[in-house]
Structures are given as structure tokens and as C-alpha cells.
Design a protein around this ligand. Structure first.
Ligand code: UGA
Length: 436
């Protein structure tokens, strides 16, 4: 069976490599020649643990091409894993999906199954099926299937190989059986077979629920600060109830990344625009998140009305640890404000730095260690809970900073561990420690 995966971003590449790891032969196709050249030289264009390792291990089973004729010739199953970014009005931009649809219609040489892995608004699969079928004009037949992706960045390979669920939405037994055979070496007990619209909905409903859970705990954290409670204890106490669960109850400076911000807005916009239905809970999650992202600046303003002339340390730039992805990272909302005030920023994020330099090539001083970053600074912001932040010697703050004011957006330290340090420590949903 010839399997083609169109798009070599997080979803496409990880899917392709993991399908190969489970014994399938896969052709990866991308329009960006530089990405294909990189992949052909054994390098991954994205940072993801174990990915390059598995690319090497399965190199006999994966080929990479930017030639659509070669890619789609004799294809039996085509997975679409291209991006569906956010449009200005909050809806999903499907231009890349339809570009692939055009290529499929123009280049397939036999009947095949087209599987959409990208997150697309409910109803899109059927529309794409109709679109390709019309373009094919009877030359070949295609059928569509929805197989949403649930991998999280940083743990993408594990999330795929040891998937907690594999959702396949089909409208024929043939499509269902074809996908089941592709996933035959995965855990069968987690396979959920549904109709196409339900599969599309499972993806949005899951991401939006998790976003909601985060916004909820962030609001409770804000209230904890006002009433004098500790959000960590509150989360722990709540999470022990198996109906609530202890995951995604970490308060912080809001969710970022390429998924939650876009998927909450897309579902809200879809419900409003197409069905005149207001998803009030999702709307609240979006609003709370936008506000939460500015929380650290508001806290810092208590100590400095302006950051003008200050040396500001920043630990962590990425939207979460173990990724170089900056999309919707809280740091991107805060850093412009600090720069605008006229501060000098020293930042450290060994993985995220490369992409940050594309946005701020000269405006920020990029450092090579925590020590270099903290030296002679007046305040330190923590935007990402990298291990290097959580595991560092907390004494470094008072030893190296001019004024050790730490504004931690990710609750990296236990209050127990900072309460006797010579620092001023602000975190989320917990008491301020001020030993200055
Ligand atoms: C998310 C989902 O977790 C995946 O299941 C889904 O497949 C993916 O989106 C997608 O749609 O492709 P991802 O965006 O990689 O994955 O990252 P998450 O680990 O979910 O984190 C998202 C954001 O929430 C991060 O900014 C993180 O810091 C924040 N977060 C997470 C919290 O603030 N608190 C938490 O308790 C958990």
C-alpha cells in the first residue's frame, strides 16, 4: 500500500515517521524544497525528541520529495497534515488544505482514500471530498476520512506511538477497514470509529475543553491571590477527584502554541457564524487567556512603573518546554512591552532562541547560560518552565542580579524552597515572598 503524507510540519512529519516505525512504507511530500532537502540529509526541520532518531532507524521505509507527480503517483492513501492557521476573523484558514486537494485531483493515478489529519472545522471533510471529486470529473474516485491528530509538541512521537486514542471518522466500511489496517500495529483498544462530523468535532471539543480547564484554573489562581490561598494545593486537592483529574490544572500565564488559541477561536467563530450559536464557555476561556498573558507585566509594574533603562532577564521564550515553537508564546506578548519601555533584555532559551532571533535579531541580547542572563539585572521574568529553570540553584538570583526580583509565570519553585532566599518572588496564585 502506498501511503503519502502531505505536509512535513509537526503533524505530517511525526505521523509519517511513526507510521513507518510501525512497518508502513511512507512518502513524505512538501512544497518547501528546503525542508525536503533537510529531511533527505537526515535532519528534521522541527525540534522534537526522538524524531531524527526514528527518521534514521526507518530510512528504508520513508522517502521525501517535493515533486507532486512522484508523490501522488499510484498513491493508495493520502494523509493531509498541512497547517490550518487562524484568519483575522478567528476562523480557520483552509487555503493549504485546498491547495493539497488541487494537487491530489491533478496528480493521482488511481482511486484512493484521502485522510485529513489537520484540524479542520466540522463539515470540511465532506466539502473537500466534493471538491476533489468535482475536479476529478470521473477520472478516478476518492473517498475522504477524518483522522484527527492528538499529539502535543515536545511529546509528539510518544503521543503518536503510544496514542491514548485513535479516532477515525469514515462513511464506508472500506475506508474504515483501510485505516484500521494502517493502524493495525497500534493499540487497538484505543481505536474509536465514528462518522466524519463526529471525528472532526472530537478534535475541537477536546482542545477547547483543555483550554477551558486551563483558563478556569488560572481564574481560580487569580482569586487565590486575592483571598490568600495557594493554587498548587488547590489544584492538588481538586485533581485527586478522578472526575476532575490532575492534568492541565497548572496555573500560569495562559495557554499558547499553535493549537489551543486557534482552535478555541475557530470553534467559537464556526458556531457563531454558521449557526448563530454563542459558545459562552469557550468565549470566556479565550478572554481569560488574553488577560492572563499580561499578568506578569502587571505584577512587575508594582516594583517598576517603567522598565526604561533597566536590565531585564528573561528565562524561557518558547510557549512551553521541550519545543522551539514560539507560536502564541506568552513571551511574545510581554517582550514588546518591555522593549517599548526602553529596557535592555537578556534572554536565555537554548532551543527557542533560534526562532526568536528571526523576530528579534538585534533587539535582545541572547545569552548562553542562566548565569550570564541574570548577571547585573534588575528583574527576571520566567515565561517557560524549562528544566534548566526548575533545576537551577535558586541562590544564583541573589548572587548575580543587581536586584533579585523574580516574576515567575510558571510556578517553577515551591514556596518552601524560596521562602528563605534573599529575593522577591512573585508567582501565580500564591503568596509573594519578599525578603529584600
Ligand atoms: C495541544 C493538545 O494538548 C494536543 O492534544 C493536541 O493534539 C494539540 O494541541 C494539537 O491540536 O495539535 P500543544 O499545543 O502541543 O498540544 O501543547 P499543550 O501541552 O497542550 O500545551 C498548550 C499550552 O497550555 C501551553 O502553553 C502550556 O504551557 C499550557 N498549559 C498546559 C498550561 O498553562 N497549564 C497546564 O496545566 C497545561
Amino acid at each position: 500500500m502506498k501511503i503519502v503524507v502531505s505536509g512535513t510540519g509537526y503533524v505530517g512529519l511525526v505521523t509519517a515517521v511513526c507510521l513507518a516505525e510501525k512497518g508502513n512504507e511512507v512518502v513524505c511530500y512538501d512544497v518547501v524544497k528546503e525542508k525536503i532537502d533537510m529531511l533527505n540529509s537526515g535532519k528534521s526541520p522541527i525540534y522534537e525528541e526522538h524524531l531524527e532518531e526514528l527518521m534514521h532507524k526507518n530510512k528504508e521505509r520513508i522517502t521525501y520529495t517535493d515533486d507532486k507527480v512522484i508523490a501522488y503517483k499510484d498513491a493508495d492513501v493520502i494523509f493531509i497534515g498541512v497547517g490550518t492557521p487562524e484568519k483575522k476573523d478567528g476562523s480557520a484558514n483552509l487555503e493549504y488544505i485546498y491547495k493539497v486537494a488541487d494537487d491530489i485531483a491533478e496528480n493521482i493515478t488511481k482511486d484512493c482514500l484521502v485522510v485529513i489529519k489537520s484540524t479542520v472545522p466540522i463539515g470540511t471533510n465532506y466539502k473537500v471530498e466534493k471538491y476533489i471529486t468535482n475536479k476529478l470529473d470521473g477520472k478516478h474516485k476518492i473517498e475522504i476520512a477524518s483522522n484527527p491528530e492528538f499529539l502535543a509538541q515536545g511529546t509528539a512521537v510518544r503521543d503518536t506511538l503510544e496514542a491514548q486514542r485513535i479516532v477515525i471518522g469514515t462513511h464506508s466500511k472500506w475506508a474504515e477497514d483501510t485505516l484500521k489496517s494502517i493502524y493495525s500495529k497500534f493499540d487497538k483498544s484505543v481505536l474509536v470509529s465514528t462518522d466524519i462530523n463526529s471525528a472532526e468535532m472530537i478534535k475541537y471539543a477536546s482542545n477547547d475543553f483543555l483550554a477551558l480547564k486551563i483558563s478556569y484554573i488560572n481564574e481560580i489562581a487569580n482569586l487565590c491571590e486575592l483571598v490568600g490561598a495557594n493554587i498548587e494545593d488547590v489544584s492538588k486537592g481538586m485533581g485527586l477527584d478522578s472526575r476532575i483529574g490532575n492534568k492541565f490544572l497548572n496555573a500560569g500565564i495562559g495557554y499558547g502554541g499553535s493549537c489551543f488559541p486557534k482552535d478555541t477561536k475557530a470553534l467559537h467563530t464556526l458556531a457563531n457564524n454558521l449557526y448563530d450559536y454563542e459558545l459562552k464557555t469557550v468565549k470566556a476561556a479565550i478572554e481569560v487567556n488574553a488577560n492572563q498573558k499580561l499578568k506578569l507585566i502587571r505584577k512587575a509594574r508594582k516594583y517598576y512603573e517603567t522598565f526604561n533603562g533597566l536590565n531585564v532577564a528573561v528565562l524561557g521564550l518558547a510557549f512551553k518546554p521541550n519545543t522551539d515553537d514560539l507560536r502564541e508564546a506568552p513571551s511574545l506578548v510581554n517582550i514588546p512591552i518591555i522593549l517599548e519601555d526602553g529596557a535592555h533584555i537578556k534572554a536565555y532559551d537554548p532551543i527557542g532562541e533560534k526562532n526568536y532571533k528571526k523576530i528579534y535579531p538585534t533587539e535582545i541580547e541572547y545569552c548562553n547560560s542562566v548565569e550570564e542572563t541574570l548577571k547585573d539585572t534588575d528583574i527576571c521574568f520566567i515565561f517557560t518552565e524549562w528544566d534548566f529553570v526548575k533545576n537551577m540553584d535558586i541562590n544564583l538570583y541573589s548572587k548575580l542580579m543587581k536586584k533579585p526580583i523574580i516574576i515567575d509565570g510558571r510556578n517553577c519553585y515551591k514556596l518552601e524552597d524560596v521562602k528563605n532566599k534573599n529575593i522577591l518572588y512573585e508567582s501565580i496564585g500564591r503568596d509573594t515572598i519578599n525578603n529584600l
